[in-house]
Write a new protein. Sequence first.
Length: 395
Amino acid sequence: MQRSLGDPSIRYPLWPPLTRGCPRTSTSRISYPVEVDYNYDQVQAAIFSSAGSTGRSGGLDRWAPLLPPLVAPGLGEGGTPLIELGPGVFIKDESRNPTWSHKDRLNRCTTSAAVSVGAPGVVVASSGNHGASAAAFAARAGLQCVVFAGPDMPPAVDAFLNAYNAVVLPVPWAARWPLMQRVVDHMGLHPVSNLTTAHTGHAFGPEGYKTIAYEIFLDMGVPGAVFVPTGYGELLFGIWKGFTELRRLGPAERLPRIFACEPAAAAPLAEAMRQGLPAVQVAVGPTDAYSVVSAVSSYRGVVAVQDSGGRVLELSDKQLGAARRESAGAGLWTELSSAAGLAGMRSIDDISEPVVCVSTSSGFKDRIVGTRTTEMIAPKWDEVRRQLHEAGIRD
């Protein structure tokens, strides 16, 4: 069934999935999300037994008893590696998913919802990872996909979308959601991204994300903290929910602290926490972290941070860039937005190791990709030798 986050005593049937939040607790000013609830008494804790393997065995299908029905075919999503960056610091590398981002976990679940309700396709408002992933899973399921992109869509994302035969419609930012709603109303496509003023998203989406927590637990137990790049807070909430289920079912005795890592250019979750509100809307300043910058927050983020004893961290592009260079120096090339988890971890001191920093997507997804930055050189030994010396490589 579905349960309101605004009032957990309010419940709805599992079908149809609610894509505009809780109709009974939401108002014109605030929208409360709903989540999927389960009969936990019928779930065997043995599902979390490693049985000689790691959390990378089986992908999302391994966790089917704790997910909405996975009726859409998968692409091998999930099962991403946990990589030690340094003593006590681990990176959960979500770029290893089929379309190189964490969004594949969400879209396996939301595309399954579209198949289950008999929709002819899906529609999404996205200029990045979400759209690319939705297009891939729709293609896999034999569904149409319409993507309302922004005017500054990165070239790599455009290439992804067209490769999957999505209908790509770049429009001004403010026009995306009203047009998406009309497609839902007139064409019957299933919305797999947000339709409300204060973000609620799709009820099934964070269910895919909580499998990240399951995999972390199988690989290392409960870490001291998890640092999560945060825009709307769906990923943040999903990871928190996964650990709460681990505690509820018995394998884990506690929760890690969950840290939301937002670009300082907007940081609506930080502002909501300061004001003691479920969600707020803020002005957006300039930033290159396009995947996680957002004018609006979601009540999901408040729940995850407060319940886990975590915090919201506001990060500059300079901090994000430093974290991305640190990751690249260890062999992990991330999108600037994806470096927010590591940047957040580096910005504070009061943490207990080990910690996990979630890296959400590949550096290929950034806007700068597609422009060559390396210049040709003269094919002469003296020039090669000079450049090697400049790099610190000596004869």
